[in-house]
Design a protein around this ligand. Structure first.
Ligand code: EPZ
Length: 422
């Protein structure tokens, strides 16, 4: 099996270009189903989640081609409307296909996405949003059977769900008439999705605010679009420099997309400079604890950055309190960090990180995507060798975590380990 071997304990120095955003490319690829032309997407990261999404598009009948970081999707031909169960199980965010398939084909069938490492992942807001546009949705033996000619309407989300906002936007683009989404998620990836839809000739306004208005019912042509950079990957790399000490630069990123993260790293004692499409950080040998970190919908502190920032603060002087308010089970990396000597107490949504003087390399296993990245970050701050397994989680969201960290000066290699079956 593939593992990362990390030699920690020395400071970093380097620069890295940040990959395209996973949480942009997934809904944007789903949106290509609404286009009867050819869509060309640049800065498309090489991720297993993207591979699974391309597999779904291929199954639906789209012609799909990847050349380097450019993906081309041709959805001109009439499409299938079902997503097979195994493909749905690979990735729960495939539920974002529901809106575009229903909008394009008038019917859709896919499995109820299972839970994941972060706990239950309900989709009640997705379903109520689509029902507001006239969808008839039946849930039968784990499958969602949907049909209906969609018409514009008013959708109010009881919480600003990213996926539900995206599903509603995509269904509304196909729905005849005007749709207003209130209490929409405000994440930058929602703005990226709007900008892509505008490229295809859709009429969508307000993304980035809590109210999005879509004038739907027009056929969409093809288009060419370049995806935004991944703000969580950028936060990961800044946390790596903060954890190990030294200096580093991440490029190709809009610093405003992660200002809550850079503010925490600055409070912890780092010098952070945000320039045009780049962020530079210089970190002392020891950080200091910061005021409580509460995860929240954008523009609050991102839940996806919680684990990597926690890893950076394991050796900080003092105690930092985290409150994870978005997901029920997003502290699974804590036990693995404890194997490296971290002192973290978890009570429900709250985790208290008591800074320790030293971390020690150990064999650790990724529990989920960002938990895995956090263990790599901690390995850079630990003395000795850390061996990180469970890389299938990491490959979902990082095109080349080890290569990117090497560009920042880290001693990390991906190797193969023979696993004895006994
Ligand atoms: C998106 O997930 C991201 N995934 C997640 O990134 C991210 O953590 C999350 O948004 C929050 O920012 C993608 O974009 C592919 P939500 P999503 O719907 O859309 C509850 C990563 O690491 N909820 O905003 O699933 C839900 O249980 C991943 O890159 C309902 O109750 O997140 C959660 O507690 C992990 N009913 C909260 O809302 C619903 O119908 C936020 O979920 C939908 C969600």
């Amino acid at each position: 099996m593939s593992v990362f071997k990390i030699q920690g304990g020395q400071s970093l120095s380097g620069s890295v270009q940040v990959q395209g955003a996973k949480n942009s490319v997934l809904p944007i690829l789903a949106a290509t189903v609404l286009s009867t032309g050819v869509c060309v997407l640049h800065n498309c990261p090489r991720l297993t989640d993207v591979d699974h999404t391309l597999e779904i598009l291929w199954h639906l009948g789209c012609k799909v081609k990847r050349e380097g970081n450019t993906v081309t999707v041709d959805a001109a031909a009439p499409l299938n409307w079902d997503v097979p169960d195994p493909l749905m199980r690979e990735m729960r965010s495939s539920v974002v296909f529901l809106g575009p398939i229903l909008g394009r084909m008038g019917r859709a069938e896919l499995s109820y996405p299972g839970g994941c490492e972060l706990g239950p992942r309900p989709i009640d807001l997705h379903l109520s949003a689509l029902r507001s546009l006239g969808a008839k949705i039946e849930e039968r033996s784990g499958r969602l059977l949907c049909e209906g000619k969609l018409a514009g309407g008013d959708i109010t989300l009881s919480l600003p769900s990213v996926g539900a906002t995206e599903n509603a936007m995509l269904a509304a683009v196909a729905a005849q008439g005007v749709t207003t989404i209130t209490n929409a998620a405000r994440e930058p990836e929602i703005v990226d999705l709007q900008n892509f839809l505008l490229t295809l000739g859709a009429d969508v306004r307000g993304a980035g605010s809590s109210v999005i208005v879509i004038r739907g019912g027009k056929a969409l042509h093809g288009g060419e679009y370049t995806l935004m950079a991944d703000r969580i990957v950028a936060a990961t790399y800044l946390s790596a420099v903060a954890a190990a000490g030294g200096e580093g630069q991440v490029t190709g990123i809009d610093w405003q997309h992660l200002s809550t993260v850079t503010a925490v790293l600055a409070e912890a004692g780092c010098r952070v400079e945000s320039g045009e499409r780049a962020i530079t950080i210089s970190a002392p040998a020891h950080l200091r604890a910061v005021r409580p970190i509460r995860t929240a919908p954008y523009p609050g502190f991102p839940t996806d950055a919680q684990a990597v920032v926690m890893a950076a603060l394991c050796k900080a002087e003092g105690a930092t309190v985290f409150a994870e308010n978005i997901f029920d089970s997003r502290y699974r990396h804590v036990d693995e960090l404890a194997r490296m000597g971290a002192d973290i107490r978890v009570e429900g949504k709250v985790a208290v990180v008591y800074g320790v003087d030293r971390l020690f390399g150990a064999r650790v296993r990724a529990t989920d995507l960002r938990g895995g990245a956090a263990l790599a970050v901690a390995g850079l701050a630990a003395e000795g060798e850390t061996v990180l397994s469970g890389l299938e989680h990491v490959f979902r969201g990082y095109s080349d975590l080890s290569g990117d960290l090497r560009a920042l000066g880290a001693k990390i290699e991906q190797t193969e380990e023979i696993v004895n079956e006994s």
